[in-house]
Design a protein around this ligand. Structure first.
Ligand SMILES: *Cc1c(COP(=O)(O)O)cnc(C)c1O
Length: 220
């Protein structure tokens, strides 16, 4: 199947409230343009230089989402244009994002990445760390960022019950936070869960943003 056919087949399966982030990491700009021509506007990348290079040659109305582990000294490469950073996994990163957003006269929306997988390799914060960040006085002072929700990556496994339990734990924290009075510039609007292999489980457990790469663009 061609990319555009895969894209429309996937769109038909996704409920209307779910935003599709087409994960284009490692794929050439030509592939992104092909998806763009089929109406896709949101793309996910995991390396700042690659994202910046693609952004400079592709249409300006693309929304670029950073989904990969982000180093502090690389925030400046994307601060001028990034639409959403999914992968905030430590406090120091928020301070740097705020600083670079301010320098660019912007407010950058961020998601806090929760560690839901059992695998040691997955980055992310605990539920307690997420609460500590959201309610910290330091973060309240960071006027150039917005915390828009949470992101999580499940364990890479065929065990659907385990994936479901992991996604449920993230959704439960979002629901708990949503019932609380949150600081200004913090809303639990976006629940980013689900990739090519597990997006259906993610959506079934309350995801409203899926990050899909290989099922659209082919294997990497
Ligand atoms: C690569 C990546 C994806 C997409 O993975 P696929 O299995 O190709 O759909 C989603 N989220 C993150 C954080 C990624 O790094």
């Amino acid at each position: 199947m061609e990319l555009q056919a895969r894209l429309s087949a996937l769109r038909q399966k996704l409920p209307p409230q779910v935003t599709l982030v087409a994960v284009s990491k490692t794929k050439p700009a030509a592939d992104i343009l092909e998806a763009y021509q089929a109406g896709q506007r949101v793309f996910g990348e995991n390396k700042t230089q690659e994202m910046a290079a693609k952004a400079s040659e592709l249409p300006p109305d693309i929304h670029w989402h950073m989904i990969g582990h982000l180093q502090r000294n690389k925030v400046k490469n994307i601060a001028a244009f990034v639409s959403l950073i999914h992968s905030v996994d430590r406090f120091e990163l928020l301070a740097e994002i705020n600083k670079q957003a301010k320098r660019n006269g912007r407010i950058i929306p961020c998601l806090l990445q929760m560690r839901i997988a059992r695998e040691e390799t997955k980055h992310g914060l605990s539920a307690q760390q997420i609460k500590d960040i959201i309610f910290s006085d330091d973060v309240k002072q960071m006027s150039h960022l917005r915390i828009s929700g949470l992101m999580g990556m499940a364990t890479f496994t065929d065990n659907k019950a385990q994936v479901a339990a992991e996604f449920s734990s993230l959704r439960a924290l979002m629901n708990e936070l949503s019932s609380m009075e949150l600081p200004e510039r913090c809303q639990m609007d976006i629940c980013s869960m689900g990739m090519s292999g597990d997006w259906e489980i993610g959506v079934a457990h309350g995801s409203n943003m899926v990050r899909i790469g290989s099922a659209l663009f082919g294997s990497r």
